[in-house]
Design a protein around this ligand. Structure first.
Ligand code: FAD
Length: 582
């Protein structure tokens, strides 16, 4: 079913009389939801106006040179049914909440500290929000339960894992050079020193954050914060004393915690989570990793390089289930060779602690008939948001059944002066999403017309090889029925990949068959995490295959593979032979 709708200029901030400099569609054109319709240019910026729905352009109502403002009619669209752009609008609990959202901003009763903005949680979301709000002139209190700022990311997440992954890469690269004539011998791992180096990296960063908070006069209050009302939070310190902080606006940045599988022996120190794995207590002889997602495989990569015999169990039929299967393949192939065993479509039904190890019973295709013994078991089966642990209900803030706090595009919860950002407000649980949302929330509080409107949030597995993707994946395109074409450049034809002995990678671009604009990209190979950024920018700027193909990339680099993939799409590639179409 179709429906004729008027498509107008959305909220474009304070701009009025903005000139139309380009009309990108004509009557009869098919447009996808979010594809650009017109380009406007003010004296400060140019912006593209996306289509709110997929459908066919019936009639244009503007032309180049016209001056428009919010609400001006752009075109009439024959919209497909149910193709509205997925908005970051809060689901059920938000809209359906029976009680009206509290609006009282002033605290009931006396407070110990009164502030304009209270940020609950000092992770990458929280400290970024606090610093941005302070830079915008707000008086800010930042509440964090631990002595160090930085949250999961700096202390037990992104940073320590990448330090250890760097060590792993050096070990495996040195090992693999033996085949090319340079043998270093078996590495002598001083685990204490390695741990010390990792701690020093964290220390430098967290110390830096404390300094940045001080420079901005952000008051850090240490303790566990819980809402008392829609205007106060009680912060309980390690001495048990509570500090009541009153706020005008609050940003919840309470993050997430490790998800647990019930019935496992959690009091046994041999059962660890990612924090335990990063603590690097020892190098277990046999390590079982439960969960073949990003965190599990990154840790597996570290322990494999350090000498553990690693087994991975994944419930789904694919490692890193969010990524396209063709991109996961080179990673799977490499680790199948290196690891003791990888079980897909399998679950651990029982984990029993015995004096000589942890015994895991597996269920699924190819699972061993008997319980297997491991020296350590790493549980990496996901993370859960901390929304239920802050007494959100006392402030009237809705929390969904999984523990997420629903927010709108301005990061607002159902209580208009309370915002939520980062892991606690939704997937994907990634630090760069948290920091981006943090700035939006702080800017909205400071009166700016900000909103979270990023076109994509890239994902990276810093495994060996790395795996990175952004925008639309092929799996999603097929599921959603989005028309696409793809070009996949094999790294076996990249001079740089060959010269570093790592030619198993691939760079894949998905693009719109009509406009040839990039829709998504995936890279598997060394440094894929660095390489994907260019393609994120391409998507944000609406680049097409010609733009990427004609952009001169330095030679010989792995970055050329994006260029080559675009040339493949354009049929202009010379680094591969494409048979002529008959
Ligand atoms: C092993 C591992 C590796 C990762 N690697 C990456 C990566 O490479 N790239 C990436 O983008 N992401 C990575 N992540 C995810 C990333 O760490 C998170 O997405 C990010 O830290 C989320 O930031 P946040 O500010 O929302 O929450 P968090 O970092 O979880 O911070 C929340 C903070 O709030 C505090 N807090 C919570 N409740 C309270 C309370 N009631 N009172 C006071 N303080 C409270 C917590 O102590 C914590 O400091 C990784 C995660 C893990 C576990």
């Amino acid at each position: 079913m179709t429906q004729i709708i008027e498509v107008g200029v959305p909220d474009i901030g304070d701009f009025k009389d903005v000139e139309v400099i380009e009309v990108l569609v004509k009557p009869g054109d098919r447009v996808e939801a979010e594809s650009s319709l017109v380009t406007l240019e003010s004296d400060k910026a140019s912006m593209e106006i996306p289509s709110p729905r997929a459908g066919m352009v019936r009639e244009l109502r503007i032309k180049v040179g016209d001056k428009v403002a919010e609400g001006s009619l752009i075109l009439m669209l024959e919209a497909d049914e149910a193709t509205a752009v997925p908005q970051k609008v809060p689901p059920e609990p938000f809209a359906a909440a029976a009680a009206p959202a509290p609006t009282a901003k002033s605290p009931a009763g006396a407070v110990d500290v009164q502030t304009e903005v209270l940020v609950l949680g000092g992770g990458p979301g929280g400290y970024t929000a606090a610093f941005r709000a302070a830079d915008l002139g707000k008086k800010v209190v930042l509440v964090e339960r631990y002595p160090n700022l930085g949250g999961v990311c700096l202390n037990v997440g992104c940073i320590p894992s990448k330090a250890l992954l760097h060590a792993a890469r050096v070990i495996t690269e040195a090992e693999e050079m033996a085949a090319h004539g340079i043998a270093f011998g078996k590495p002598a791992v001083d685990i204490g020193k390695l741990r010390g180096w990792k701690e020093a990296v964290i220390g430098r960063l967290t110390k830096g954050l404390a300094g940045l908070a001080k420079q901005r006069k952000v008051q850090v209050v240490q303790g566990v914060g819980r809402f008392e009302s829609a205007g106060t939070i009680a912060v309980t310190g390690t001495d048990g004393k509570a500090t009541r902080v009153g706020f005008e606006a609050c940003i919840i940045a309470a993050g997430s915690s490790v998800a647990r599988i019930p019935g496992f022996p959690y009091d046994d120190p041999r059962l660890i989570d990612s924090t335990g794995a990063l603590a690097l207590a020892d190098i277990p002889q046999r390590l079982l990793v439960i969960g073949g997602g990003i965190i599990g495989l990154e840790m597996a990569c570290v322990y494999d390089a350090l000498g553990s015999k690693v087994t991975v169990v994944e419930l789904m039929n694919q490692l890193i289930p969010g990524a396209d299967a063709d991109l996961v393949k080179p990673l799977a192939k490499r680790i199948e060779r290196r690891y003791e065993k990888i079980y897909l479509g399998t679950k651990v039904t029982k984990l029993e602690a015995k004096p000589d190890g942890l015994y895991a019973t597996l269920e699924g295709e190819g699972a061993p008939g008997m319980a297997e013994r491991y020296d350590r078991v790493l549980l990496a089966a996901g993370r859960r948001p901390n929304g239920r642990e802050i007494a959100a209900e006392k402030a009237g803030v809705a929390v969904d059944e999984r523990g997420f706090i629903p927010v709108d595009a301005q990061q607002r919860t159902r209580v208009p002066h309370i915002y939520a950002i980062g892991d606690v407000c939704g997937e994907p649980m990634l630090a760069h999403k948290a920091t981006h949302e943090a700035k939006v929330a702080a800017e909205v509080i400071a009166g700016h017309k900000a909103a979270f409107d990023a076109m994509t949030i890239p994902s990276v597995a810093y495994t060996d090889p790395e795996l990175a993707w952004m925008g639309l994946t092929e799996t999603e395109a097929k599921k959603q029925g989005v028309a696409y074409e793809k070009a996949s450049f094999p790294w076996a034809a990249s001079g740089r990949a060959l010269s570093i002995g790592r030619d198993e990678g691939a760079t894949k671009l998905l693009y719109d068959p009509g406009t040839r604009r990039i829709l998504g990209a995936g890279i598997v190979g060394v440094n894929a995490g660095e390489l994907i950024a260019e393609l994120v920018l391409a998507l944000e700027l609406g680049a097409d295959m010609e733009d990427i193909g004609l952009t001169i990339h330095p030679h010989p680099t792995l970055s050329e593979t994006s260029n080559f993939a675009a040339e493949l799409a354009q049929g202009t590639i010379t680094d591969l032979y494409l048979p002529k179409k008959k």
